[in-house]
Ligand binder design. Structure first.
Ligand code: MRU
Length: 355
């Protein structure tokens, strides 16, 4: 892994330069814009685990690239032996983070390609996996742009939109899911302003959403997470739009911790609560949100900011990184295949099967 020079005209957190994958270190934003070059699947797995790259679609893309890089380095002439080694590489990548289903979705797609082409040579499999990883990357940005087209009519001209965490270009291959819908509304000529929750403890809202919207000259106001209710009660928020890490078959939505609180507040104030996510985030194998695995992260994220200690030594900590918003609180789910509302069980399976 090595650092490389900056090019940030278009925000894409993962890029390819001279056969190498480069990723923007999202832990350092907004203070520093540092890109690293990656050559092996182990390095990419570590980048996902340590959140150099984060956001459900972006970690799916990174995992696909990791799987391709791992495949590239397998030394065998036997396609069957190749597949067995490839499965082990995918298992290492899969073990990095548990909640976002995009990770397993991308790895399953890579494995499916390999398994269904075992009659081909190892060289052909390696070329095919490169093609597949690049397709997953390109399709993700296309899906976001399509989601923007479906979602932007939901935002009125002049809307003041609350978002939580970062569901922007940085969380995807480019453009963003929730922020993609906002970008599409701005591109359609609407005057939109964004209220960004800071999103404790990792501060994706303060560090990442604020950074990328400011870069695009979209008006953004930062608030602490506990201020959303007050602003809603004052009539200063017209709708909420967030991304998702996994959506169960019944429409329950796992997203960054604090999303559920915002959804309850939105319901209390009769404010629409929208979720924007590609179909790769929908997990029809889980009947409801109680089955979604929730990542618990190191307590140090809460007790410290960099090296500054905020809480007493030895204090008990709970640090769940995600929560589940029940589908009854969700006004609509925006996907690249259309907007689903009401009967999520039927609607979500329809958009997934349209893939
Ligand atoms: O822990 P993170 O930063 O990976 O969590 C990200 C989120 O919860 C996002 O809201 C979600 O992945 C949607 S991204 C388009």
């Amino acid at each position: 892994m090595s650092t490389c020079p900056i090019d940030t005209k278009v925000i894409r957190p993962i890029r390819f330069v001279a056969g190498q994958c480069q990723m923007l270190d999202q832990r350092l934003l907004p203070a520093e814009e540092v890109w690293y070059s990656y050559k092996t699947y182990q390095e990419i797995a570590e980048a996902i685990r340590t959140m150099v790259v984060r956001g459900a679609p972006a970690i799916g893309v990174a995992a696909a690239i990791g799987a391709w890089f791992g495949a590239r380095d397998i030394e065998t002439e036997s396609s069957w032996e190749f597949f067995q080694q490839f499965e082990k590489i995918c298992a290492v990548l899969l073990a990095t983070r548990p909640t976002a289903v995009n990770l397993s979705w991308a790895l399953e797609r890579m494995k499916h390609f390999t398994e269904s082409n075992l009659d081909r040579s190892v060289l052909e499999l390696k070329i095919g996996l490169e093609f597949e990883a690049l397709a997953i990357t390109q399709e993700d940005e296309q899906a976001n742009r399509q989601m923007g087209q479906y979602g932007e009519p939901l935002l009125a001209d002049g809307a003041r939109v609350l978002t939580h965490c970062n569901a922007g270009a940085l969380a995807t291959a480019g453009y963003g899911t929730a922020l993609g819908v906002i970008r599409a509304a701005v591109e359609a000529g609407k005057k939109i302003s964004v209220i960004a929750d800071e999103t404790r403890p990792f501060l994706q809202g303060a560090r990442l959403t604020a950074w990328e919207l400011q870069k695009d000259n979209i008006p953004v106001t930062l608030i602490c997470d506990n201020m959303a209710g007050y602003l809603m009660s004052k009539g200063e928020i017209d709708c909420v739009i967030v991304g998702a890490d996994r959506i169960a078959a019944n429409g329950d939505v796992a997203n960054k911790i604090g999303t559920y609180t915002v959804a309850v507040l939105a319901k209390e104030h009769n404010i629409p609560f929208y979720v924007a996510a590609p179909v790769s985030t929908i997990d029809l194998s889980l009947s409801d949100g109680s089955l979604i695995p929730i990542e618990e992260r190191d307590g140090r994220e809460m007790t410290h900011i960099k090296d500054i200690q905020l809480a007493p030594e030895g204090i008990n900590i709970r640090n769940p990184a995600f929560d589940v918003t029940p589908h009854r609180l969700v006004t609509a789910i925006i996907t690249e295949h259309g907007v689903v509302a009401g009967d999520y069980l039927a609607g979500l399976s329809q958009v997934v099967n349209r893939s």
